[in-house]
Design a protein around this ligand. Sequence first.
Ligand SMILES: CC(=O)N[C@@H](CC(=O)O)C(=O)O
Ligand SMILES: [Zn+2]
Length: 322
Amino acid sequence: MTSCHRGAKGLSRAERVAIFGGSHGNEMSGVTLVKLWLENGVEIRRRGVEVTPFIANPRAVETCTRYIDSDLNRAFTTENLRAPHCEDLPYEVRRAQEINQIFGPKGSQDAYDVIFDLHNTTSNMGGTVILESTQDDFNLQMVHYIQSAIAPASCSVLVNDHPVLKYATTRSVAKHALGLEVGPQPQGVVRGDILEIMRKILKHALDFIELFNGGMEFPPCTVDVYRVSERVDYPRDECGNISGLVHPDLQDRDWEPLNPGEPIFQMFDGRTMLYEGDSTVYPTFINEAAYYEKRQAFVTTRKDQLESSKELLHQTSINRRL
Ligand SMILES: CC(=O)N[C@@H](CC(=O)O)C(=O)O
Ligand SMILES: [Zn+2]
């Protein structure tokens, strides 16, 4: 027994878990589910875990917009979290500080163990889990568990640990940060099929935490992931105005291979713009409504495999077995 567990990760139990909806107020699956669970939380109850549903940006939910002053899911920088209180701070910066107080502080031992942040996209991404690190064995084991449990349906894993394209998310307050992104769903609309995919992924995620806390050991695993590679903006004229649209051949083809020389934009003047990269990539967030303001038509990703370093078992269980 001893040799078997010597290398196991000394993680503690994931006792405090939060589910955020409405980080963006017009992404309705998460808003709807969290409101439901605030009324009646039976569905998200699990043994040995405290699960807290939470509306992250209530003012944006009220107005059914992405945000009021600035994007909450970009606001969790050290600079913002330390900014002195004053009246003219953007609403989302003040809200980020509140969230950091309740669920953080970010980067500290007092922070929540897990935050699931529920998002919808207008892109045809299906069910996707977004990770921010390649090094988090707990999260890796969790997505591995979700993928097995949800089969034959699929759950893609997008890893954004890009040095430039990574941003300071709401979920980053927790020790283990997970984004759940499901689409296609228009902004302000709730689609039953999309909501059910989100609900199912989260169910399996919570089941995993219950098993982990209960002492189950998870053998080392390998997970296929897509890693964020580059951001591609819309084509623009000299004045900066968009001069073409996502090519019909690319539209809705999230996660499908895009090869050099294949069409990406249909220009308003009739020309076709081709992908000029030097190898095959896997585009995603294709034509996401919220990304027009961020000057992003899609992101390219590359396939990768992540391996958990050791078997996963929580610390109390390791001690008990040694
Ligand atoms: C469409 C959308 O809001 N997507 C999320 C992705 C994420 O949570 O990382 C965002 O840009 O904040
Ligand atoms: Zn969102």
